[in-house]
Write a protein that binds this ligand. Structure first.
Ligand SMILES: C[S@@+](CC[C@H](N)C(=O)[O-])C[C@H]1O[C@@H](n2cnc3c(N)ncnc32)[C@H](O)[C@@H]1O
Length: 180
């Protein structure tokens, strides 16, 4: 008996190559000013670079304090070819949060808190939303917690006490953008 000859099968899943993805570089979004990721007390530049890429992916703006080391950190971490949307905060971050609140934005903290909404229960952002991210080791300062409309916590089942701030911010931004 002769064996059936092997027919070359199309792979079930084919990862997109550089050429397939090239069209993305033609499309850029300007400032939508709808979702704003705000790591207002940053310590590690690498997290800002990661957040900037997520912001680009979901159409969000990044809000950072005006500190001397931040422009270089963003430059290093930004592997995107197109300009990204960065808003700079001069002065106290809490003053900026208060002004955003007064202008009608929803202020949503990403933090481990008993009162927080769990990430799976978080709905897409229908209104302008500022996503506040905490300091890498001390979290969101108490004065800023008082300015939040709500907090969202990402459930964890491992032994770690918290997630990396850029990972936490990215998960929440995807959810708010309606992309996950
Ligand atoms: C490393 S954590 C801060 C540690 C922690 N708040 C503390 O004081 O020990 C840095 C930031 O990442 C975010 N984060 C990390 N894990 C999170 C989680 N499971 N849910 C929500 N936010 C989280 C929060 O914005 C937090 O302020």
């Amino acid at each position: 008996l002769s064996r059936p000859s092997k027919v070359a099968e199309e792979p079930k899943i084919r990862a997109k190559g550089r050429r397939d993805l090239a069209y993305r570089q033609q499309r850029t979004h300007s400032c939508w000013n709808h979702l704003l990721a705000a790591p207002l007390w940053p310590m590690h530049g690498v997290n800002l670079g990661t957040l900037l890429r997520t912001c680009d992916a979901v159409g969000a703006c990044l809000v950072v304090p005006r500190r001397p080391w931040i422009p270089a950190a963003l430059e290093r971490g930004n592997t995107l070819r197109r300009p990204t949307c960065v808003h700079w905060v001069s002065g106290e971050p809490t003053d900026w949060l208060s002004s955003q609140r007064q202008s009608g934005a929803r202020i949503l903290g990403v933090e481990l808190a008993d009162e927080a909404i769990r990430l799976p229960d978080l709905s897409m952002a229908r209104e302008r939303t500022v996503v506040v991210l905490g300091h890498e080791s001390t979290g969101i300062p108490p004065a800023a917690l008082d300015l939040l409309d709500a907090a969202v916590e990402i459930p964890m089942i491992g032994t770690g006490q918290s997630l990396n701030v850029a990972v936490a911010g990215s998960l929440v931004l995807y959810r708010l953008a309606g992309l996950s």
